[in-house]
Design a binder for this molecule. Structure first.
Ligand SMILES: Cc1cc2nc3c(=O)[nH]c(=O)nc-3n(C[C@H](O)[C@H](O)[C@H](O)COP(=O)(O)OP(=O)(O)OC[C@H]3O[C@@H](n4cnc5c(N)ncnc54)[C@H](O)[C@@H]3O)c2cc1C
Length: 384
């Protein structure tokens, strides 16, 4: 289904991910969704196969693969379960990339290596109850105390927050009255054993129900000075640069969801008979299938071209936003059409497309809403 010619390595990574997804994710995804739980053992199994260190160089125990290999694997996992895919996307794109690109050698040895092996799971804590799209207005405060930092505040919507071992937290390090906007924000490497770390409310979500999304509360949490990432005041820049990569991951997740919606629709439309013929004989149904296929192919082609541009060292800020926008709207479109093709059976939990419909929506919201992606794209078009 992919137009992109794959190398032998890329094709074998794709096959490995497809097999793992079919054997160890797809059979359980419905139950995880119903029970709102994702077994950490599955995350560790993903790690053992290398899926949590795909973009990390071998010297830090990763696989050192190219971006396309990673996105191919992510699409396979997402087609089986969007919750498993978001864990993989956040871990590979955000905390590990921040440590790799901006962390000290000591931080890479201590935190990045076990994350690359999948023994430690990573999370990314930028959003707050009052700071979503306008993330630079965040209020979580870090104050110096000798060599340490004292962190106070609340982070919201932290993916994998119940079981994450390493969390990259963005907090203000300017004085409360200075409020230097994004320039007063630093990034910290935080572990749940630090005194004052609390896992708060777990969100009861529409979709992506197996992925634990939680609030984290820092009550005067003492963070060693050595856990400041990179330079003081640069945390927002580090987070934004990492989100450029993160958006490619979410695009792959969205394409996986859309592809699954199309596959289920093709099978159902061939089996379901009305007026004496399979419903795939009706042109109205064929047009839906054709539109789904065309949109998926274009979103995937743009994503694969952007992955290659990233690996050539080019800036992918604009194309990354285009990928995320196009793929997430394709996922929502495909899941909506799938429900329609299934008719009443699309509306009940016994059939798979109802879950896809619920899971697809989040791809238009997190790591920058569709409105924010359009703002980024328009800004970049003017600055090109
Ligand atoms: C399941 C889930 C997992 C998440 N995981 C993480 C995570 O791991 N780490 C993390 O830090 N965050 C995470 N998030 C947070 C997510 O990134 C934010 O929800 C998202 O950025 C939007 O912020 P908000 O929800 O506060 O919405 P708001 O920013 O309040 O936006 C509300 C509406 O206003 C629109 N809007 C806002 N500003 C503008 C503007 N300037 N122009 C036009 N329209 C605008 C938005 O597009 C949206 O439609 C997660 C969220 C969810 C739901």
């Amino acid at each position: 289904m992919s137009l992109t010619p794959l190398t032998e390595t890329q094709a074998s990574i794709q096959q490995l991910a497809r097999g793992f997804a079919a054997d160890e994710i797809a059979p359980h995804a419905g139950r995880w969704d119903r029970e709102s739980c994702f077994p950490v053992s599955v995350a560790h199994r993903m790690g053992a196969l290398g899926f949590l260190g795909m973009l990390i160089p071998e010297q830090y125990d990763g696989l050192g693969l190219d971006t396309l290999s990673y996105l191919l694997a992510l699409e396979e996992i997402a087609a089986a379960d969007a919750s498993a895919a978001v864990l993989m996307s956040v871990h590979n794109s955000l905390p590990t990339q921040m440590l790799l690109n901006f962390g000290s050698e000591a931080q890479r040895q201590r935190y990045l290596k076990p994350m690359a092996r999948g023994e430690s799971i990573g999370a990314f804590a930028l959003s707050e109850p009052e700071a979503g799209s306008d993330a630079s207005s965040l209020r979580c405060q870090a104050t110096r105390d000798g060599d340490d930092w004292i962190l106070t505040g609340t982070k919201s919507w932290v993916t994998s927050g119940t079981f994450a071992d390493v969390i990259l937290v963005m907090a203000r390090t300017d004085l409360p009255d200075a409020r230097r906007g994004s320039k007063g924000i630093s990034a910290f490497v935080v572990t749940p054993d630090l005194p004052g770390f609390h896992v708060g409310k777990k969100e009861d979500k529409m979709g992506l129900r197996a992925s634990p999304t939680v609030q984290l509360d820092f009550d005067g949490m003492r963070v060693p000075g050595a856990n400041l990432l990179g330079d003081e005041g640069q945390g927002f820049v580090y987070a934004m640069r990492s989100l450029d990569n993160g958006r490619l991951g979410i695009a792959a997740q969205a394409i996986g969801i859309a592809r699954s919606a199309l596959q289920h629709s093709l099978s159902y439309a061939a089996e379901r008979k009305q007026f004496g013929v399979p419903i795939k004989e009706f042109q109205a149904i064929q047009f839906k299938l054709a539109d789904m296929g065309a949109r998926i192919a274009s979103a995937r082609a743009l994503l694969h071209a952007t992955a290659a541009a990233k690996d050539r060292g080019e800036s992918v800020t604009m194309y990354g936003s285009m990928c995320k926008l196009l793929a997430s709207e394709t996922a929502m479109f495909a899941a909506t059409e799938a429900v329609q093709i299934f008719g009443g059976y699309g509306y009940v939990k016994e059939y798979p497309v109802e879950k896809l419909f619920r899971d697809a929506k989040i791809t238009e919201i997190y790591e920058g809403t569709s409105e924010i992606q359009r703002i980024v794209i328009a800004r970049e078009l003017y600055s090109a």
